[in-house]
Design a protein around this ligand. Sequence first.
Ligand code: XIL
Length: 338
Amino acid sequence: EQKGLKDYYKNYFPIGVAVNMAALNGQQAELINREFNSITPENDMKISVIHPLEGQYNWKNADAIVDFAVSHHIKIRGHNLLWHTQVPDWMFRDSTGALVSKEVLLRRLKDHITTVVKRYRGKIYAWDVVNEAIDDSPEKYLRNSLWYQICGEDFLAKAFEYAHEADPTAALYYNDYNSEDPSKREKIYRLLKNLKDAKVPIDGVGLQGHWKLNDPSPDLIRTALDRYSSLGLKIQITELDVTIREPRPRTNRPPDTAATMPVDSGYTERIARLQADRYQSIFQIFRDYKKVITSVTFWNLSDRYSWLDFRNGGLAGGAAASINTPRIVRKAYPLLFD
Ligand code: XIL
């Protein structure tokens, strides 16, 4: 049998990949089985997919991904239990459309977390319990989501408590992007420290890792790993990709002809080498931190489909996205496999 990444990294940490339904068959399934020993559902455990109407759960896709993983001895990361996006409106509103009280929202959150986490109890080694709750602007601490507007800060601790109660064996994570940026890093640190000080059951922090060729710098990555692990938390890299083309076309910029070319011609040797060097230096850091890093997950399988690809002016991602998504006009080539 050909060795894969998971074999080379067996003395370090599991190597994961985010998947959608299309990845469970054929060539994509073969690639997953050869290279990876952890998977994350890209969208299928998000509230909008798994719990589209109050009390009505749609387990089909999540079950299929979990069954695939269990039958192939692949570990599963759960993603995610609370986010400001991909959450249906019913969560926050009553039948007249008015925002519900804090009490009602926390009860709905508890119902949701308890039902989903219990269903997969013992099968999920880590859950992203809260995703992206920190604000991006330097002046503001928490994101002004409906969770925050209705509950204040309290939803944070509650989400972890509900999840821990439903599956005491799962490691519980706070997950965010740009977590290496010094100003955002300190706000995330503050949030994590508050939770730890309040004895909230949190095990670690997920760094999404949607990175570029030169940004964040290796120094900033190491500083972030030091800073978060100083709280006694584990770290998982949850959504790694290294885009080699800015994903958002600026208005008024002429169309990028290279981006409409097939993969082989758009992806030059020179830029491929820069990306390989970048991945090498990133993974050197991860190996240096193997005592605190407990898994590294890529966000998608190969450059044939990435959520960072552009299609008709919008990100290509979406609940139904797959490598069959038509009319990609601007590709990001952020992954290891072509
Ligand atoms: C993305 C998916 O890849 C897309 O298919 C979807 O349209 C939007 O969400 N941070 C996260 C992930 O935590 O859940 C996001 O996934 C990417 C950014």
